[in-house]
Design a protein around this ligand. Sequence first.
Ligand code: ZN
Ligand code: ZN
Length: 328
Amino acid sequence: MTAFAVLGVSAQGKSNELRIYSIDVEGGQSTLLVGPAGTSLLVDTGWGDNNGRDAGRIEAAMNDAGVTKLDYVLITHFHTDHVGGVPNLVQRVKVGEFLDHGENREDSEITRHDYAAYIKAVGKTPRRIVHPGDTVDIPGLTTIVLTADGEHIAAVPGVKPTPNPYCASEPKWELDTTENPRSTGILVRYGKFRFLDLGDLTKAKEIPLVCPENLIGHVDLYLVNHHGFNLSNTRAFVDAIHPRVAIMNNGAHKAGSPEAWQTVHESPGLEDLWMVHTAEDSDAAHNSAAPLIANLKDGADGAYFKVVAHADGSFSVTNSRTGQTKEY
Ligand SMILES: [Zn+2]
Ligand SMILES: [Zn+2]
């Protein structure tokens, strides 16, 4: 084992930036974060099979970032569009440590199968079960687990809880019995910049994070919960976290629901809603403008968003399809 492996820091990929890649895995999640010291965290791995399609797209993002191994892979929950890609990925990429919420909690054939395949693929690689309040050691960043296995953090260090006026009008939501409300969610800070990724957290578990008091505060970048399904993205939650920019990792025919799109789009303070795909089952009024979409209807797939964030809170989003960058 090399000294770099002991430290959990890659020698390559250093910069004075936090880079975040929202990789196109066709309506699943795979998000690559590379900290200023070159430490890498991959949140979810997309789907399995398809000749290793999603692992190939993850490798392409790693190449762009200049990283050759993944220091951490965090699996938010055991749905196939998040964990299914692990067996393909470990054949191609070295992983330092896997992080997840513990055993599969969903009583379904597919999650049992995917969980077993995940455990087999992890093999002898270190695996850590994370709980709310735990941190992930990425030099230069503060990475805090907010949710895991249905539990949530009581208070976020450095955030003063504030009353949330949007709670009063929020309906009471039923808890579902899938893996979604078990999602491991993280808040990542780089100086003043704040990024939120809560996996597929559903409405009943969004509310305790923001009602009666908002525990999270405002964020700069919000990876839209659950690919923009309307089972997630309550108004009380989205309005409270007050994102400047949102990225929806929908597929062409998955999620990107009109209701969730509308809630995020009209949330106070939002400057742009970027979409990984055109939501083809939705209408033009509930899709973003073409420059904000990575993969258009009838176009080639695989385009991604690259976010480059600075400690002063400024950041940019590049659409790999167009090569155009927008500054915030
Ligand atoms: Zn999902
Ligand atoms: Zn899910």
